[in-house]
Design a protein around this ligand. Structure first.
Ligand SMILES: [Zn+2]
Length: 300
């Protein structure tokens, strides 16, 4: 997708700082076991192109790579190293990298603009645009249909297909009828996200409309459903980071309670020191308007 080759400043726990071409850094990583955990060449290229920096963990420790050309930064000459060297000690006489890269729209945005233009030509693209959705780059080349909440800053919904794409090319004519879409309500700063249904685009959009209209209600509903699935209570330290804020909010709103380090569903009753249970499922569920039975707490 992107093969631009900017000057990067590379520095790590035990290496650098040194300036080199991105391709040189990638060659060094390929030769020396630089890709650890989830880090890889494709992500490095994407992130340096889109955000301008990339950090990760190398055999030799933590590192940071900064796209100097993106920010038009000019480091001191002592930071220019022999092309190909990672550490100055390995490099010999500092040699400034002479070429200046072509200016203009980056390779990433050339690709992203083209993706937008191609989507706009399709029936599916027009359908989504008319419903208020735009195309978002969600990282690493993944795309989603995005809609922001009008009244809740930083919240938006992403809808994507199973391959973390828009579903236009993959589904074609079946775009509006096929299952296989996923949706999330997400906060762009805290990283909190709430997962919606895996379903058709229409069902995902219905869920999205409800979630965006009342983010707080959706967070409380998610917490109640989660508690019901855990027999009515969950230890506070077992609440995952993604939902921790939602649990605190539900507690503050009085929608759930806390007993003995546990978050507890309002319909749960205590059966021992450390165990709670939900009421027996009733025969005539009454939807509380949010997909949860108000008599038994079942997720409907
Ligand atoms: Zn019920």
């Amino acid at each position: 997708m992107t093969d631009s080759n900017p000057r990067v400043l590379y520095t790590g726990d035990n290496e650098g700082p040194a300036v080199m071409r991105l391709q040189t850094l990638i060659d060094n990583f390929n030769a020396s076991g630089g890709w650890q955990y989830r880090h890889n060449e494709e992500d490095m290229r994407h992130e340096l192109d889109s955000r301008g920096y990339y950090s990760g963990l190398h055999d030799n420790g933590h590192y940071l790579a900064l796209n100097l050309d993106k920010f038009d930064l000019q480091p001191g000459p002592e930071l220019y190293d022999k092309p190909g060297a990672v550490a100055r000690e390995l490099g010999g006489t500092p040699i400034p990298v002479p070429e200046t890269p072509a200016k203009g729209r980056s390779a990433f945005f050339a690709w992203f603009d083209e993706t937008n233009a191609n989507a706009a030509k399709t029936a599916a693209g027009a359908f989504m645009r008319d419903a208020g959705y735009t195309i978002a780059h969600t990282g690493g080349g993944c795309l989603a249909w995005e809609k922001k909440a009008d009244t809740a800053p930083h919240w938006s919904v992403w809808i994507c297909d199973e391959g973390n794409g828009l579903g236009i090319e993959e589904l074609g004519e079946a775009f509006q009828t096929a299952a296989g879409f996923m949706c999330q309500l997400c906060h762009d700063e805290s990283g909190e996200f709430i997962t919606g249904p895996d379903s058709t685009i229409g069902e995902c959009m219905s869920w999205a409309t409800r979630a965006l209209a009342d983010v707080d209600a959706m967070r409380i509903e998610t917490v109640l459903a989660n508690l019901a699935e855990h027999n009515g209570a969950i230890l506070n330290w077992q609440v995952s980071g993604d939902l921790a804020d939602a649990y605190r909010q539900a507690l503050a709103a009085g929608a759930i309670k806390m007993e003995s380090d546990c978050y507890v569903h309002p319909l749960a009753s205590r059966v021992s020191d450390s165990a709670w249970e939900m009421p027996e499922a009733c025969t005539n569920h009454r939807d509380n308007g949010r997909g949860i039975c108000c008599d038994c707490g079942a997720v409907l």
